[in-house]
Write a protein that binds this ligand. Structure first.
Ligand code: FE2
Length: 196
């Protein structure tokens, strides 16, 4: 199996899991090895969804479940690019396809300000879990200063449509945001459907 078939298989597996499981812990446990398998090969992400754009990170929708139960997104980071501190409100898995990323989780102090945890460095082929139940406030950055990095994320909602929060790093004050996506079209998962 190669090329886009890998992504199609991952989406099919994810759809089967969310169809039969409702426990976040079970979904994450079953999805983690599927995402590890997907990112073990770097031959399937179409170039249009791996492209950087100046010095701004991109978030490309690869697939959204029609019932909003999950979405799959490629994040493309220019060198040294990173997100603000944000939450998700739904479960998520992050898998690094190319390069290296640094994720910093945050905990709330009693006064509402944010306490950073130790940075977590992820290399290609490694995954990280996001769970609102255990705290899902974090910031992610490209771990490389001289190359782009790409990670594949799967979330328990159509994440680009979710109203969630970004946080002031000094005060912890939350502000609403909806991330949206960088693309208007999604990959064709069925290349054998091309007219001959
Ligand atoms: Fe995130």
């Amino acid at each position: 199996m190669s090329d886009i078939a890998r992504l199609r298989a991952f989406i099919t597996d994810t759809a089967k899991i969310v169809e039969t499981e409702t426990s976040e812990a079970v979904i994450l446990a079953q999805l983690a090895p599927k995402l590890e398998a997907l990112i073990a090969n770097d031959d399937w992400l179409p170039e249009a969804y791996a492209a950087t754009f100046g010095a701004r990170y991109r978030q490309y929708l690869l697939y959204a479940d029609p019932l909003d139960r999950f979405s799959v997104v490629s994040f493309v980071w220019a060198p040294n690019e990173g997100t603000p501190i944000h939450d998700h409100g739904v479960w998520g898995l992050i898998g690094v396809l190319r390069g290296e990323e640094v994720s910093i989780g945050y905990e709330r102090r009693a006064d509402g300000s944010l306490q950073a945890r130790a940075p977590e460095r992820l290399g290609a082929g490694e995954i990280a879990v996001l769970s609102p139940e255990s705290g899902d406030i974090h910031a992610i950055a490209n771990g490389l200063a001289d190359a782009a990095s790409i990670s594949i994320h799967v979330y328990g909602a159509n994440i680009g449509r979710v109203r969630r929060s970004v946080f002031d790093p000094d005060t912890g004050t939350a502000h609403d945001f909806i991330s949206g996506y960088s693309n208007d079209t999604v990959p064709n998962l069925w290349p054998d459907s091309a007219a001959s």
